[in-house]
Structure formats: C-alpha cells, structure tokens
Write a protein of this length. Structure first.
Length: 367
C-alpha cells in the first residue's frame, strides 16, 4: 500500500506533553502497521515521549534559522517552512491535531487545495480556544474548507454551523491496550492527577482544595504528574502554600498507569477539556474519579455519579472541598470493596467502547 498519510502536530513531547500527541502517535503507529506510508511533521524538535513505529518518517519544521522576534515575520517564516515540507506530499491525507496547526496547513496548501485531503481534529473546547474572537472566526472559516473534522464530543460538534457539522464525525480517544487491570487490595492514601501543566487544568483549585482536605485527613498526599508551560508556577504555588510536604509535583512518567493503579482516587479540576485522556485511563483501570463537569462534555459522557466517579461544578472550590471533606464517606464508598463491585460493569463498558482497534478503524475510514 502506497497511500500517504501525514500527521502534523506542534511537537512530539517535552514541555508540550499532552493527550493530543499521545493519541496522534497511537493512530500513526496503527496506520504504519497497516501498510500506509506515514510521516509525522512536528513544529518543534523535542524529546519523543511516546513510542513511534520505525517505519514512520519524522520531519521537523526548519528552525535552524533564527525566527524573527517580530510576531508577523515569525508566523510567515513558520508558514513557509510548513509549505516547503507539505509540497512534497501532494496526494496525501493530512491530519492535523490542533486548531492552530490546522490554520498553518490551510494557508500552506491554499493554492494546492485539490492536491490534498485535509482532516482537522478539534481537541479542546472550541468556545475557549482560540481565546481571541477574531481567531475563532478564522478557525471556523478554515474548518468549513476542510474535507473532514473530527470532534471528541457531541457538544463540541454542536458548537459549529451545519456546513461544518455535515462533514464532521465524533471519534473519542482510544485507551492503550497495555493498561493494567483494576487493582484489588488496600489502596494507598494518595490522590492523583496527571495532565499537561497548563492554565486550563486549574491546578490551583486542586491544590487549594487538597490543602483543606489535608487538614482533616493528614495521612493523604496529592501527587501531580506531568510537565508543561506553568510547571515553575505550580511548583512555586505549592511552596508558597506551605504544602510541599504533602503535595508532590512528580514530572512526566512513562510508567504512569502502574504507578497510580493502587491510588485512592483521581481528581481533575479542569476548566475545560476535549476529552481528558488521563480521566479515561483512570476510569479504565478502576480508579475512582472526581472531575469537574467541564465543557465540552467529556466527563459527563463517561462518569456515572457515585458509580465510577463524581462530577462537581467547574471552578467551584467550595463544592470540591465539600465533596472531599464533608462528604468523604461517599468518596470512601467508591474506594471500598462495594464501590469496586459497582464499578465493574462500568469499567468494562469504558474499555470496550474505547478499544484502540475500533477507534483506529474509524480514523481509517476518513482517508
């Protein structure tokens, strides 16, 4: 099979570690094993955080020249770099994994549109990103010119007009087949969060809430895994809150699922998400989950309250504190043997719905 597929993303890891990079790597690996000619174009040369099939060709945007400090010139230079690479892949299906990268692809192929099939993938809340109204209008126009758009939730798809919805499909994220099975036994007194360290995750809310929780349950610790652009800010926030002894910023781990499987619970405090990969994986390994009921609808698609988790309002410290402090008996029920039994059917349902093979086949149908 000589059909060409090109994935374009901002980076393959490092400080930009996040769910989109992980999912794109999984899909790219699948296509490579199916005999497609697969290329990944990365906007930055960073560490590669996830396994990449040896058959996949990796290209990097040319950063050997120093991009100008002038914002407009820098964007033009980066656009030209994308154009130079993409022109070598005429006839390919191009898959973009963020709206900002989709804009580059659109303008880089503007006069050769018929030579490419372009599939955009919306990975976050389209009402919140881009955070500029004009850029959201530009994004909407660009999406209307795509061959297909992939959304993760119905709410995200419904944000757009009929022209965009008519060429759209909802495909959730796959979960790795290598996930460990549900832990049976006494759980550690650890509360877990793992994510890209980014303002949208609202980790200050999680930290503040856990500090209140710790006043009553001082044998618990909070472990936050991940890297990102606000890592130093979060570390300073923990230090200034005098919480360093019981809140740990752990960095990135390739063995995250085995580390957290025997924790007490997973807590997400995000202001908005596409669908949180870490939430899906935590649910799939049987970890009780407390999540904000954030747009664009991902948590409520998978969490059944007081069965496999609990939803709380977005950015509401009082609600989160009340739950994990005042109503901790309900949380403990989720962790208890009864809670484990209640979660069994829900856990298997999530694993079945998110089997990688079925998710990958839906992506393949778009090529």
């Amino acid at each position: 099979m000589n059909k060409k597929v090109v994935f374009v993303m901002s980076r393959l890891g490092g400080k930009g570690w996040g769910g989109a990079h992980k999912v794109s790597a999984m899909i790219a690996n699948y296509f490579a094993t199916k005999g497609y000619s697969v290329t990944i174009i990365s906007g930055e040369k960073t560490e590669i955080d996830y396994p990449i099939n040896d058959k996949i060709d990796i290209k990097y945007i040319d950063v050997s020249e120093k991009f100008s400090s002038n914002f407009i010139k820098r964007k033009i230079q980066r656009l030209n770099s994308y154009r130079k690479i993409l022109m070598n892949y005429q006839g390919a299906s191009i898959i973009s994994f963020t709206s900002s990268i989709t804009l580059y692809i659109y303008f880089a192929t503007l006069f050769k549109r018929s030579k490419f099939k372009i599939i955009a993938s919306e990975r976050t809340d389209p009402r919140s990103e881009p955070n500029n109204f004009i850029m959201r209008l530009v994004r909407n126009h660009v999406y209307s010119k795509m061959n297909n758009i992939v959304f993760q939730t119905q709410d995200a798809k419904d944000y757009f007009n009929d022209n965009i919805k008519n060429k759209s499909i909802i495909i959730p994220n796959p979960i790795p087949e290598s996930l460990p099975h549900r832990y049976v036994g006494k759980r550690k007194k650890e509360i877990i969060n793992y994510c890209r360290l980014d303002p949208q995750k609202n980790l200050q809310l999680l930290i503040d809430s856990f500090i209140e929780f710790h006043k009553m349950y001082d044998d618990y610790v909070l472990r936050i895994f991940g890297v990102g652009k606000i890592e130093h800010e979060i570390r300073d926030y923990i230090r200034k809150s005098n919480a360093s002894e019981f809140i740990n910023l752990e960095g990135f781990s390739r063995n995250i699922h085995n580390i957290i499987r025997d924790a007490s619970m997973y807590v997400s405090s995000s202001n908005y998400e596409g669908i949180s990969n870490s939430m899906l994986e935590a649910l799939a390994i049987g970890l009780p989950c407390i999540c904000t009921d954030c747009p664009i609808g991902g948590p409520r698609m998978y969490i059944n309250s007081y069965e496999n988790g609990i939803l709380v309002p977005v950015n509401d410290k009082n609600a989160l504190v009340d739950l994990i402090v005042s109503d901790f008996a309900s949380v403990q029920l989720l962790i208890s043997e009864m809670g484990e039994l209640l979660k069994g059917a829900s856990l298997e349902k999530i694993r079945y719905k998110l089997l990688p093979e079925s998710i990958f086949e839906r992506w393949e149908s778009l090529l």
